[in-house]
Design a protein around this ligand. Structure first.
Ligand SMILES: [Zn+2]
Length: 722
């Protein structure tokens, strides 16, 4: 576990995902990425150890990096590390188009990567609606991006096969925002050695560094943990490293693809003059005596105290886990000194929401009565600022005792508000009380489920048997389990399995377009500094197995029968996931394991709305009913509840509708004139703008030439989905 006392804890992240950088003639033909041991995409596999089946097919892919430096050299004078000149900066809100070519999973992952920008910087993204410049994200050959805004109206950014990983998307957009690779810095020879004779012949220029007139360090020290750094084996002609760090400890740090590093965030925010972010609201570890502006209520019977230790527990705070002498504080409600029903109320300062949805997360420790509880309220203020209303959002009961526990509470607040923590003394004996620490509040989505794994060190030191999560339900009603594969240490695998559940008769099968996001939480106190490791996969209803069945079909049909420890019989489908989700070394870095606890955050979201094509679901006998039911405007006929129906085509701002897709709708038809006159004027302007959007967009799509100057292509070598 890392500490936060005074020395920075360095993560040991992904070691796979090398890249390269070399100049390229802008007139040359489209890039030709190299694939190492490439396999067909989405090779499905099994991970059902308790069936005695354990077939695995590692799918490693590799891409080249390209950089086309011959474009802006004359301009890259003043601000460096980024391509220079204000005209190559994007506005703070970047217009984008998700091209039809993108895989479904990539679409969802790209939107999640945007959320990380919104949390950690002032960079935001919006669907393109006629702005002069925009980024078209498409599925090209590999992952690549130009550096900086290119003034080409449409600027392409490729998220190709194997690139649908959140940190890879973050990396590509950092290029687009103007950043080069970290090891291209002029001072890189002070920090890394390039071993030229281990580099694939002809690829040496990928390792060029650039004069400090070209690349600026922005007064930030060389960052081994940058998401923009190559890995140690980038462009290697063998297994020996091509980059050797001057400090050996950093060999396995370079090349991480988990999240922005602190320095990545610092540089991005400097370059774009960010002073705040869209979705971050608060992070409080109670290390400062002002307790983040929280106030004690006078309408209660006790106060929360700022402590660093309680005799009955906790022995230390959660932020530092007691590793820092003289610091390490949390807030404590001593329920042993008050009678049943007594309360202690702590209110946050006032927050001003921008997005209307929030996730509150914090760690809670119970050393009091089993019946002690924590209530979370929202105090909302009216526009007039005179009165406030208090709404109970969540009652947290049955809090396990003896360790820090992570809680998430979803809020949906649209006007200014405070968060109110109310400790309530329950019945029964109490020798301690309730403690809270490491509060984070952001306008982001909470995970749907949390898989809390305790005593992790012991578990990983003697991995035995299958290691499945408890069963969970997705919001759509699909039952699932997560499998953590500790058989192949030091690689740790993670897989998603559908299992039979109570709603199966009402659900669509094969399970269509549910995006599963699995995150191992970096428990660093401040959410802005976390580098959690996150991967997503999407259930493709068309995916078939080698015996011809649909991969994501109903588990009772295609799965195997198994038994829960309590004796309940159920069915489990095949698993799909990541054989190298994380290495054991990485897991020991940062704060992935804290207090010997690991948290795996899970979300399963329906992303079928991201599917521009509105693909029909596979059915076996569509043809009979559909032959006499013709859909217009390229709509597709499907069977739904035994009847033929049309699925109509749609785009970001247009769609077809009606029983046969005979009617066309577009945004301009449906803009609702807002209630105020200013809004009405705005809406009118919007209508005028949008009239030409669709046609212009169509025209631009045709222009998607391979005009790639100043473009960087990645050389990924990562464990892909299987
Ligand atoms: Zn790159």
């Amino acid at each position: 576990m890392a500490t936060h006392c005074s020395i920075l804890a360095w993560e040991i992240p992904w070691t796979e995902e090398p890249g390269g950088l070399y100049p390229r003639d802008s007139q040359a033909s489209s890039p030709t990425p190299q694939f190492k041991s490439i396999n067909s995409s989405f090779e499905h596999s099994l991970a059902l150890p308790f069936f005695g089946i354990g077939i695995k097919t590692d799918l490693f892919q590799s891409y080249k990096h390209f950089a086309f430096l011959n474009f802006f050299f004359s301009d890259m004078i003043q601000e460096r590390n980024a391509i220079v000149g204000e005209r190559y900066r994007w506005p703070h809100t970047i217009p984008y188009v998700l091209d039809d070519s993108l895989e479904m999973n990539a679409r969802g992952v790209i939107l999640k990567a945007f959320e990380r920008y919104r949390l950690k910087s002032c960079i935001d993204f919006k669907p393109w609606s006629g702005e002069p410049n925009y980024i078209s994200v498409f599925k090209g050959n590999g992952c690549w991006s130009s550096v900086g805004k290119q003034l080409t109206r449409m600027q392409q950014l490729s998220i190709g096969e194997g690139c649908d990983r959140i940190a890879t998307v973050q990396h590509e957009f950092l290029h687009a925002l103007g950043f080069w690779h970290e090891q291209s810095r002029s001072d890189r020879d002070d920090y890394v050695s390039i071993i030229w004779d281990r580099i694939i012949s002809g690829k040496e220029r990928n390792f060029d560094s650039y004069d400090d007139q070209v690349i600026d360090s922005m007064n930030v020290p060389y960052d081994y943990s940058s998401v923009m750094h190559y890995s140690k084996t980038a462009f290697g002609n063998g297994s020996e490293p091509t980059i050797v760090t001057r400090v050996p400890d950093f060999m396995d740090v370079i090349g991480q693809r988990m999240d922005f590093s602190d320095s990545d965030v610092l540089k991005l925010n400097q370059l774009y003059n960010c002073s705040s972010s869209l979705s971050f609201m608060e992070s409080c570890d109670f290390e400062l005596e002002n307790v983040c502006g929280m106030i004690q209520s006078s309408a209660d019977s006790a106060d929360w105290q700022r402590l660093s230790q309680v005799s009955e527990g906790p022995e230390s705070d959660h932020s530092n886990m007691g590793q820092c002498r003289g610091s390490g504080f949390f807030m404590h409600f001593d329920s042993s000194s008050v009678n049943e029903g007594a309360t202690a109320i702590l209110e946050s300062r006032i927050f001003y929401p921008k997005r209307g949805f929030q996730c509150l997360q914090f760690f809670l420790y119970n050393s009091g009565s089993q019946d002690d509880q924590l209530n979370i309220y929202i105090r909302e203020y009216s526009v007039a600022h005179v009165s406030s209303t208090l709404t109970l959002v969540e009652q947290i009961k049955d809090i396990p005792s003896g360790s820090w526990q992570l809680y998430h509470v979803t809020l949906n607040v649209t006007s200014k508000f405070r968060v109110v923590f109310e400790g309530v003394r329950g019945a029964g004996a109490s020798l301690g009380g309730l403690s809270i620490d490491d509060i984070n509040l952001s306008e982001t989505w909470c995970p749907h489920h949390v898989w809390h794994i305790r005593n992790f060190t012991q578990l990983i030191s003697s991995p035995s048997g299958s290691f499945f999560s408890p069963p969970f339900y997705s919001s759509k009603g699909y039952a699932f389990q997560i499998y953590l594969d500790l058989y192949s240490l030091p690689k740790i695998g993670m897989y998603f399995h559908l299992i039979s559940g109570a709603n199966d008769d009402q659900l669509e099968w094969p399970c269509p377009w549910q995006q599963v996001t699995m995150t191992i939480l970096d428990q660093t106190p401040d959410i802005r500094q976390r580098m959690s490791n996150q991967r997503s996969l999407t259930t493709d209803p068309f995916l078939t197995t080698d015996n011809g069945t649909y991969f994501w079909d109903r588990p009772s049909k295609v799965g195997a029968q198994v038994i829960f420890p309590n004796g309940t019989q159920f069915y489990i489908g095949r698993g799909r996931g990541f054989p190298n989700f994380m290495t054991q070394e990485m897991l020991k870095s940062r704060d992935f394991i804290k207090g010997d606890d690991v948290y795996i955050l899970l979300a399963v979201e329906d992303i079928s709305h991201l599917n521009e094509q509105n693909y029909p679901l596979p059915t076996l006998d569509v043809s009979d009913l559909c032959t006499s039911f013709r859909c217009e405007n390229d709509g597709i006929c499907i069977l739904q509840n035994g009847k033929a129906e049309c699925r109509c085509r749609s785009g970001d701002d247009w769609w077809y509708m009606g029983e046969r897709c005979e009617k066309r709708g577009s945004t301009r038809d449906t803009i609702v004139i807002a209630t105020s006159s200013t809004a009405a004027v705005f809406a009118l302007m919007l209508i005028i703008t949008l009239v030409s959007v669709y046609y212009t967009r169509k025209k631009y799509r045709k222009e998607s030439s391979s005009r790639m100057v100043n473009t960087i292509m990645e050389n990924l070598d990562q464990a892909a989905l299987f």
